[in-house]
Write a protein that binds this ligand. Sequence first.
Ligand code: NAD
Length: 417
Amino acid sequence: MSGSNPFENLQEQLDDAAQYLDVGEDVLERLKHPERVLETTLSVEMDDGSLETFKAFRSQFNGDRGPYKGGIRYHPDVSRDEVKALSGWMVYKTAVADIPYGGGKGGIVIDPDEYSDGELERVTRAFATELRPFIGVDKDVPAPDVNTGQREMNWIKDTYETLENTTEPGVITGKAPENGGSAGRVEATGRSTMFAAREVFDYLGKDIEGASVAVQGYGNAGSVAASLIDDLGADVVAVSDSSGAIYNSDGFDTRKVKQYKAETGSVTGYGAATDELSNRDLLTLDVDLLVPAALENAVNGDLARDVQADVVVEAANGPLTPDADDVLTERGVHVVPDILANAGGVTVSYFEWVQNRQRFQWTEARVNDELEALITDAFDAMTDAYEKNDLPNFRTAAYVVAVQRVVDAYEGSGSWP
Ligand code: NAD
């Protein structure tokens, strides 16, 4: 795999999974390209009265299993190819979780730190105006991604509803609870990571109680995963953020570390009986479970040779390079892939959409129970495929399950003349 162009990487992953499936070249070719990509230029008035232009994209990769679903990213590195690739990965994430969605993704080429709140609101509303004919509760349902959150989702919903002269909260997910957001959404990614860790330990006949755990990245996904895995009786002995890593062989009180980070801005400096480590050292600690929950490409092929964890559960998207994946497979380290382990985020987005359509709010307990059922079913489907097809690793198994579901939906729809 080249590693350079994310869209080519996606296409190669599909080819890899297809080796184990009965899918024709023609169908595979169809599934390798987005159905459509909107590319637009937003012209927005700045606070000083000048006009500035921004490139923006929305890729609708595949809608055979339901409305396109996926986030909107604000970042200077957003590109057409990145958006296309991310929209494709959403197709397989929603398929492996077996929620009735396709995959989409959007983005604006912008560094949000450079703009005022008012400017960001006008940029967001300009994008929402361009998106309006393409999105809709049964067409394409965006969500937050890097540098966007509840605030941006609320602006998009409000713009859409105003232009359409309707109330349709299900047009977008990741909203604030008072604007139609779901209970449990903020914790959902960390929670599905915990379910994945629990299931894989059980599958491998290992005891999660007393297991030692290192968590890279102590943000939304990492800190919630750490606390919920801690609640299972494991010992979270090391955590890190961009400022560095900390280690305590007795295990941390994960909620106190979170509180400390909220107060001081970092995990480093926490507690008296704590050793400071480098971020690299955390990744190669001799622990039972490693949870990468920071950024993509955290572990490359070289580093993977030094990883001592027996199991890796990917809370982050793409934390292992393809080389690292090969090395870990060769070394017998079991990796639960991102498309399953962090699927809690999109799954609870789906529950938000269901609640919006029902005009009925679920309790947090119901959200968590439904999430548990979907993630454990997804895990079982992955391990069934792994065993039945004698696959090299869990990632390939998850893709085999997902691609088969998309192929079935595509072929089941018949052909359009
Ligand atoms: P976040 O910004 O809340 O947290 C990221 C954390 O990583 C921060 O604590 C940051 O300091 C730390 N970090 C950055 N560079 C680091 C490094 N080199 N070493 C150690 N720590 C480092 O982000 P998040 O929402 O928790 O997302 C984390 C990952 O999970 C991303 O890959 C994201 O795509 C993925 N993810 C998140 C969600 C979600 O719902 N939040 C859903 C699916 C996937």
